[in-house]
Every structure is written in structure tokens, then in C-alpha cells.
Write a protein that binds this ligand. Structure first.
Ligand SMILES: Nc1ncnc2c1ncn2[C@@H]1O[C@H](COP(=O)(O)OP(=O)(O)OP(=O)(O)O)[C@@H](O)[C@H]1O
Ligand SMILES: [Mg+2]
Length: 228
């Protein structure tokens, strides 16, 4: 599902080269759940950005579903993301001008709502998005805007949005980082539950060793290098 070879990222930091990631190589098989753990500033979010093709490496390559990201242009990478990927961020990143239902519908619209796993073509996007919000316990909040939802509710909308198009791969960057412990636990339980039911490949950045231990495998990153 993911193949990373010799990946590196060096940026120009006021005339001085600053290496953020160096010589990162690993692969992830379809259906695996993998945690990425490391101290603040170790390069976890940068790595996720490179895996998603949102950022370009200065060395090495990422292959997603056997497609080399470096061989694609911006548009092709965006299409690949739409086809393969769901994202969950620490800061939820819902669109403030769209209500919960519309936020979940957005990736379905972008995906053309064409994947057979979504059901017969007659099932409307509204129905599919509503059903997803019901699955995350927000069937009573369809028309609420993000600012009128709690943090935990916003993250549940974000989970519905990430999983609704039935992506092969979900990338999550500290999805509970902005939530209190109890709410974070509920969100993480829900994410693992959706992941298991959908058979998604999951890459999860976390500071929390207990959450990491729930993943099939843990990758440790230290000062931009994989250390285990
Ligand atoms: N464009 C950039 N220019 C300069 N430095 C950068 C740039 N992007 C990231 N960095 C630096 O690279 C390092 C890694 O950043 P990154 O956000 O990947 O860390 P992280 O492991 O996700 O940290 P956290 O756990 O705090 O989210 C940090 O020291 C950061 O300041
Ligand atoms: Mg980060």
C-alpha cells in the first residue's frame, strides 16, 4: 500500500540547510495499522505530508498503491489522493461554511460518488453522508455548523468525512491531540472500529503509547530518522 525508499526532506532555513527527515524507508501492507511515534519536532507531520503528496521530498520516493508520487504532477497527485486517501487532523479541519452533512458530502462529490462499495448509484450522496454521520453518533447534528459542535463532535464529523468515500488508506495526525482524555478515547475507539469494519490501511501519528500499542506495528522517529 505504501512504499517509502530513502525519503529525505531538507529545507532552506535562512541560508542554512536544515534536514527534517533523512533516509526514511519502510513499507506498509494493505490492511495494516501502523503508529508513528516520536518527540515533538521529530518530523512526524512532515512525513505524513510527504506520504500524502502534499509536500515534495528532497530525496527518495513514496509509492502509494504502486504509483510513484514523484512521477505525477500536482493534478495527478490530487486525483490519486481523492481516490486513495482519507485524512484526519489534530485540528479537525472541517470547512466552517459547510454544515456537518455538507462536510461529509464533499469528498463523496470529489470522488464522483462512483465507487461500487458505496452502494447502488441510486443511493444519493445525502443519504450516504447522513448514514455516515449516524454511524459516528451524529445523526441528530446533520445541519450543525462546525462552530456549533464540540471538539469531539467535530472530530467525529472528520472521521465520517475521512471514511465515507471508503478510502484504501487513512492518514491521521494526532487525531486526539486537541481533545480531553475521555473524548479522545471515544474518538480513537471509533476510529479503530471504523478502520476494522472498512478494512482500511491506517497510519496514525500519536504521542500516546497506549494508542500506539493498539496498532499492529509502531514506527519510531527521532530527529528525522527511523529508529525502530
Ligand atoms: N518548511 C519548514 N521550514 C523550516 N523548518 C520546518 C519546516 N517544516 C517543518 N520544519 C521543522 O521540522 C521539524 C519537524 O516538524 P514536524 O511538524 O514534522 O514535527 P512533528 O514531529 O510533527 O512535531 P509535533 O509532534 O510537535 O507535531 C520541526 O523542527 C519544524 O520546526
Ligand atoms: Mg506534528
Amino acid at each position: 500500500m505504501i512504499e517509502v525508499a530513502g525519503l529525505g526532506k531538507t529545507v532552506d532555513n535562512g541560508g542554512e540547510p536544515l534536514t527534517i527527515l533523512q533516509d526514511i524507508s519502510f513499507s506498509v501492507m494493505p490492511g495494516e495499522t501502523v503508529a508513528i511515534v516520536g518527540a515533538s519536532g521529530s518530523g512526524k507531520s512532515t512525513l505524513l505530508g510527504l506520504l500524502a503528496g502534499l509536500d515534495s521530498p528532497t530525496a527518495g520516493d513514496v509509492r502509494l498503491d504502486d504509483v510513484s508520487l514523484s512521477a505525477l504532477d500536482e493534478d495527478q497527485r490530487a486525483k490519486l489522493r481523492g481516490r486513495l486517501l482519507g485524512f484526519v487532523f489534530q485540528s479537525f479541519q472541517l470547512l466552517p461554511s459547510l454544515n456537518a452533512l455538507e462536510n461529509v458530502m464533499l469528498p463523496l462529490e470529489l470522488a464522483g460518488f462512483s465507487r461500487s462499495t458505496l452502494g447502488p448509484a441510486s443511493v444519493s450522496m445525502v443519504a450516504a453522508a447522513s448514514e455516515w454521520l449516524e454511524r459516528v453518533g451524529l445523526g441528530h447534528r446533520l445541519k450543525h455548523y462546525p462552530k456549533h459542535l464540540s471538539g469531539g463532535e467535530q472530530q467525529r464529523v472528520a472521521l465520517a468525512r475521512a471514511f465515507a468515500p471508503n478510502p484504501q488508506l487513512v492518514l491521521a495526525d494526532e487525531p486526539t491531540g486537541n481533545l480531553d482524555a475521555a473524548t479522545g478515547q471515544q474518538v480513537i475507539d471509533l476510529m479503530f472500529d471504523l478502520n476494522a469494519k472498512q478494512g482500511t490501511t491506517l497510519l496514525l501519528v500519536t504521542h500516546d503509547e497506549a494508542i500506539a500499542a493498539r496498532c499492529g506495528r509502531v514506527l519510531r522517529i527521532q530527529s528525522g530518522r527511523l529508529v525502530g
